[in-house]
Design a protein around this ligand. Structure first.
Ligand code: ADP
Ligand code: MG
Length: 467
């Protein structure tokens, strides 16, 4: 009976969908005109009911007549939907608790190990939590030159998830520049516009942990199925997948499935795809299919508006000169900018008096000191040239003389190690080389460090000057 049903179904849906949703179903028994079939998981059942209920009914009625019944038996249960609530810190003076939003489709069960065949009751008792933080919205993601492209691409995706050419949308940029905030804002906006869509935010680190767990528990397929059900998948900090080939592999499959089915994928990373290391080529090339948009360090005006917005939202007033002072001195990281102003707000409410410029200077100094000052590429070139007693122009020159080449490679290596600059930008600043040359230099230095004692000494001496 089931085989007849299957061949009817097969003729009526996409081969890929058939493979995903019908091949894994096992017929168990037929009694009283009720066909029992086993499905791999609850969400599998949910999916079938949601998308294929008519088709199932028609095919079964054809075989068994009007009184036909279908009973689902769930083979096992998994726990991917059963996540801890959102834990990312909200750097806000009046920290509010974030309640995870609940989504329609999902798989949180009170009874994780259903050993006996289990007939699904008519009610839905399972949920996926989207893990979105509603405090991270577009409204409070202030626009500036440094984020305009990324922000508007994010808006476009939020308006039409899966329906733009920005798939995947990759947001990249340095620490504290708003990547996490922006992707949450996209997710929140999508949930708002399309409440029926399943949105899931997850860090690449969490994703990796879940994957490893699923391998241990022998539920890798359930893991994959779970992720394939999501309409909008947000993975934060994908650079974390570097060198993790198993997780990259599984992510590749999930990505392909989602992409083929018009689902939206949103990623963040601390680097542009060209600068990512130890990520499989096939994944990198997927990352480049859509749009990569950079979040750059915000300019002075944007920093001022971010501070003012923060103060406004917290209902705190602060003298203009204090705001300007903070914006002027904290440049490279919005998280620190907020940290400094929060610290000032706390001080002023604690002492019940206006913040003075002295206090601002004290607080800002603490923030600037705590964050290790980034050495510049110019400084690195100067130090390396001095060390080898040559001019910077010699270091940058095209010569192939061995000791000059080595000095140049060391400068590139240290620039990679001690600055946040991309390979491409390091290359262009150190004698107009391309990113491949820089990558090669870094590898050569790594190798020589292991094989050449004298060279190792150079690295140690120079490292001291930068850290
Ligand atoms: P990243 O993930 O890039 O390290 P986050 O998204 O965590 O950075 O942002 C750091 C902090 O800066 C957050 O509190 C965020 O709300 C704030 N922030 C970043 N960009 C903006 C912006 N454009 N407007 C307002 N706040 C911002
Ligand atoms: Mg982040």
């Amino acid at each position: 009976v089931w085989n007849n049903c299957l061949s009817f179904i097969k003729d009526n849906i996409q081969p890929q969908a058939f493979k995903t949703w019908f091949e894994p179903i096992k017929p168990i028994k037929l009694s009283d005109n009720a066909l029992s079939v086993q499905v791999p998981s609850k969400f599998f059942y949910e999916w079938l009911e949601e998308h294929y209920v008519k088709l199932l009914k028609v095919s079964l009625t054809k075989e068994l007549g009007e009184t036909a019944k279908l009973v689902y038996i769930i083979k096992m249960e998994n726990t991917y939907g059963n996540r801890e609530p959102f834990t990312e810190k909200i750097p806000s003076a009046n920290r509010s608790r974030v309640e995870p939003q609940e989504l329609d489709v999902a798989i949180k069960s009170k009874n994780p190990e259903l050993k006996n065949p289990f007939v699904i009751p008519g009610i839905r008792n399972i949920k996926i939590e989207s893990q979105l933080n509603p405090n991270y919205s577009f409204d409070n993601f202030l626009e500036g030159d440094a984020n305009r492209l990324a922000r508007s691409a994010g808006m476009a995706v939020a308006n039409k998830p899966g329906g733009t050419s920005f798939n995947p949308l990759l947001i990249f940029g340095g620490v504290g520049l708003g990547k996490t905030h922006l992707v949450h804002a996209i997710g929140v906006e999508i949930k708002d516009k399309y409440p029926e869509k399943t949105v899931l935010y997850i860090s690449a680190e969490k994703f990796t942990q879940q994957y490893i767990e699923s391998v241990k528990k022998n539920t890798r397929n359930d893991f994959i199925h779970f992720y394939q059900l999501i309409d909008v998948l947000v993975i934060d900090d994908v650079q974390f997948l570097s060198g993790k080939s198993g997780t990259q592999d599984v992510f590749f499959h999930i990505f392909n499935h989602l992409h083929q089915n018009g689902k939206q994928v949103i990623l963040t990373s601390d680097k542009a795809p060209v600068d990512m290391q130890d990520i499989e080529q096939r994944l990198l090339s997927r990352f480049k299919w859509g749009l990569s948009a950079e979040l750059q360090t915000p300019g002075y005006e944007t920093r001022i508006s971010i501070l003012k917005n923060k103060l406004y939202r917290d209902g705190v007033e602060m003298p203009e000169e204090i705001i300007e002072y903070v914006a002027k001195h904290i440049k490279s990281n919005i998280r620190e900018l907020e940290g400094a102003i929060i610290s000032l707000i706390a001080q002023s409410s604690f002492n019940k008096k206006e913040v003075t410029l002295e206090l601002a200077q004290f607080v800002v100094e603490k923030f600037v000191k705590n964050t290790k000052r980034e050495v510049s590429i110019d400084y690195i070139q100067k130090v390396v040239s001095d060390y080898f007693e040559m001019d910077v122009s010699t270091l940058q020159s095209k010569t192939r003389k061995r000791h000059i080449v080595q000095a140049r490679q060391l400068a590139m290596f240290f620039a990679k190690k001690f600055t946040k600059a991309s390979l491409a930008s390091i290359g262009s600043q150190i004698g107009k080389r391309d990113h491949a040359t820089v990558l090669h230099a870094c590898k050569t230095v790594d190798n020589l460090a292991e094989t050449d004692k004298q060279f190792k000494k150079y690295i140690e001496d120079l490292s001291k000057k930068f850290s």
